[in-house]
Design a protein around this ligand. Structure first.
Ligand SMILES: [Mn+2]
Length: 317
């Protein structure tokens, strides 16, 4: 189910010389080296969750197209960049999520940070399990407080009665937390009132979810919210659902947003999160970019935007 990186997917232009300052990602990326902690890109080639959620399928091709879009990115900073391969799902979504969790946890154990490449947003359930597997194995101290920041038009808190999907990961996490008497710290930025039923807003309220509506996503309001949210946390998991972005910027998703939040707002928040988390002693080792669906992309623009977000996450290293 897990496949080692196919480095032939990485290509792009080369500078006139090969000095470090002229390098691009395709010239730097290697398979992970545990001796030199860096950033691992880990694919989750899956759209079973989208299919179960009655969305437009095609996200299973996301990781491959995202790598193509990332090849030409200019390498800045000195953080090593690794391709940790893909978990490729078949119909057994739950097995794929567990396999993804294992890979996440192995990368974290080797001291790397992880950027997950989706795949449907069901990547989040696997990511959560992987992060917690690593946290449990790393320490016997009381369980750390882990917060989730989700850039998304949707809460993804649908009931799990008929199994997991791309619409349920944070409900699964909430239930996981409740079963362990753990806090469920979940913040959503970019929620669309038009795209979530009143029942989902009720669920969000019952679970104590914090959120900012798409129409209210201004830097100042988000900054205040992020300060308060991160203050009590030990660990952070940040996930970007590309359908949070306007359809003009991100047409290649399962459910394009009529309004959406601009990419510069998302990038501003990512930088802000990094700036807030460090002084608070809050570790941020795991992020992902979900829902890239190349089948519905236009001239690769969604893949390009997703690549820029991955670039930002690497740059924060
Ligand atoms: Mn989502």
């Amino acid at each position: 189910m897990w496949q080692a990186a196919d480095l032939t997917l990485w290509s792009g232009r080369s500078g006139t010389d090969d000095v470090a300052e002229a390098l691009r990602w395709h010239q730097c990326v290697t398979r992970p080296d545990a001796q030199a902690p860096g950033v691992c890109l880990l694919g989750f080639a899956c759209d079973v969750g989208v299919r179960r959620n009655h969305g437009r399928v095609g996200a299973s091709q996301g990781p491959v197209e995202l790598r193509r879009a990332m090849g030409n990115l200019a390498m800045h900073g000195s953080t090593p960049l690794y391709d940790a391969g893909d978990v490729v799902a078949d119909a057994d979504l739950e097995a794929a999520q567990l396999a993804y969790a294992q890979q996440v946890s192995a990368c974290l154990r080797d001291g790397h940070r992880v950027i997950g490449l989706g795949g449907g947003h069901e990547i989040a359930w696997g990511a959560w399990l992987g992060l917690n597997e690593w946290l449990t194995s790393a320490s016997e101290a009381p369980a750390p407080r882990v917060g989730i920041i989700n850039f998304d038009a949707h809460f993804d808190l649908r009931p799990t009665g008929s199994g997991g999907s791309s619409g349920t990961p944070f409900r699964q996490i909430a239930e996981w937390c409740a079963a362990r008497a753990r806090r469920f710290d979940y913040l959503c930025l970019g929620i669309s009132e038009a795209a979530n039923t009143r029942a989902l807003f009720d669920t969000a309220r019952q679970l104590g979810v914090e959120y900012l509506l798409d129409v209210d996503c201004q830097t100042e309001a988000a900054g205040v919210m992020l300060e308060r949210f991160i203050a009590g946390l030990d660990q952070l998991y940040v996930t970007v659902c590309l359908d949070a972005l306007p359809a003009a910027v991100a047409p290649g998703v399962s459910a394009p947003a009529a309004l959406g939040i601009p990419p510069d707002f998302v990038i501003g928040c990512l930088r802000r999160i990094h700036a807030i988390a460090r002084p608070h002693g809050c570790q941020w080792r795991l992020a992902d970019i979900a829902e890239l669906n190349p089948r519905h992309d236009i001239d690769g623009r969604t893949a390009r935007t997703a690549a820029r977000l991955a670039w930002e996450l690497h740059r924060l290293g």
